[in-house]
Design a protein around this ligand. Structure first.
Ligand code: ACO
Length: 321
């Protein structure tokens, strides 16, 4: 039986941290105290003008490829989870394949599931590998969310950041992905969306992120709890068997409420929201890479990743590293 497992991770954050006080200095009507109390965010990274999703994805991917010590030409599947692609088309995954100098080597495509995009992309890669059709995948979450923020809307612009995280997943005899589940309910689309499009060379509608923060909060805590139980039950395990929980990093209060609902203490939750803000599809692989590189997550660790985002979409992946 073929399994899939993560053999290496990498990540990249653009530029220097931008603190809450830096945002105040840029003229946003907010305060460090308001942002920290409501969200736990202290700083985020914002890509410089002209820096694209595929550029961040390339930097994170090169670190994962280096850690895996594999020849990029052996990667036969590239999936980029993003809601802020370089272009309408081609996909950021195809652009990433070109940036990495991989030619004519299998499939490359984007997955668009907003903040649960990485859980979706990893689930897709696992199914491709277990089917036997592909052997080595590069799975990336990369975002330049700063491009779709209304910097005049203080209720949203302080929450997000830019960055990328990547993993190399390959066929293995020992199970790495123990269970996964992905879900969607599109009827919730109005509570978190970017309701614009491009037509005839013009932006039609609103090109900025809009959110009903309190509705998102309640929805996120409920489904993050449900989907965690779903994958644990599928694997025949309980939360006591999980070494590390890595929820999507939206807001420290969502992380705390989810951990409490699952009966997991916060010292088993990898937390980056304070330093990264919400980097959407990049938040889970960024946190995973951080905890791998600082030694908290090592070979044999059981890790539960879970995301929730616009759509609404949600999902979880249970890993043995
Ligand atoms: N600085 C200062 N004051 C602010 C700011 C700000 N950045 N933003 C809003 N306020 C003010 C409002 O104007 C309002 O003032 P008023 O009472 O005078 O009218 C007051 O703060 C309260 O505003 P609310 O929107 O009710 O604030 P709330 O307590 O709901 O907190 C927040 C907002 C932090 C967004 C919260 O709803 C939340 O955490 N929601 C979760 C949403 C989330 O994390 N989304 C991330 C994307 S979704 C995802 O990744 C799954």
């Amino acid at each position: 039986m073929i399994h899939s497992r993560i053999i290496a991770t990498g990540s990249y954050l653009p530029g220097e941290p931008v603190t809450n006080d830096d945002l105040v200095a840029r003229g946003i009507d907010t305060s460090d105290q308001w942002i920290v109390e409501r969200t736990g965010i202290r700083s985020r990274h914002l890509a410089a003008d002209g820096v694209s999703c595929s550029e961040l994805a390339e930097a994170a991917s090169r670190r994962a490829i280096e850690a895996a010590d594999v020849d990029p030409a052996t990667i036969d599947l590239i999936i980029v989870a993003t809601s802020t692609p370089d272009f309408i088309f081609p996909s950021s995954a195809a652009l990433l394949q070109a940036r990495l100098g991989i030619r004519n080597a299998g499939a490359a495509f984007d997955v668009q599931a907003v903040c649960s995009g990485f859980a979706y992309a990893l689930t897709v890669a696992d199914k491709f590998i277990r089917s036997g059709s592909h052997k080595r995948a590069l799975v990336v979450g990369a975002e330049v969310f700063s491009r779709i923020l209304d910097w005049k809307d203080r209720a949203t612009c302080v929450l997000f950041g830019d960055g990328a995280g990547a993993v190399i997943v390959e066929a293995a005899e020992r199970p790495g992905v123990l269970a996964s589940a992905i879900h969607a309910d599109g009827s919730y689309n109005p509570i978190l969306c970017v309701p614009g499009t491009v037509s005839g060379g013009t932006v039609i509608g609103d090109p900025f992120l809009r959110m009903d923060g309190q509705a998102v909060f309640k929805f996120a805590v409920r489904v993050l709890g449900d989907v965690a139980h779903e994958v644990l039950e599928d694997a025949g395990l309980s939360t006591d068997d999980v070494d590390w929980l890595i929820p999507h990093q939206a807001n420290i209060r969502i992380l705390q409420a989810t951990a409490k609902r699952l009966g997991v203490s916060m010292d088993r939750v990898v937390t980056t929201v304070d330093q990264h803000g919400n980097t959407s599809a990049a938040s889970i692989p960024l946190a995973l890479d951080l905890a791998v590189r600082d030694g908290r997550i090592r070979g044999g660790s059981r890790v539960l990743l879970e995301g929730v985002g616009g759509g609404f979409t949600w999902g979880a992946v249970l890993l043995s590293m």
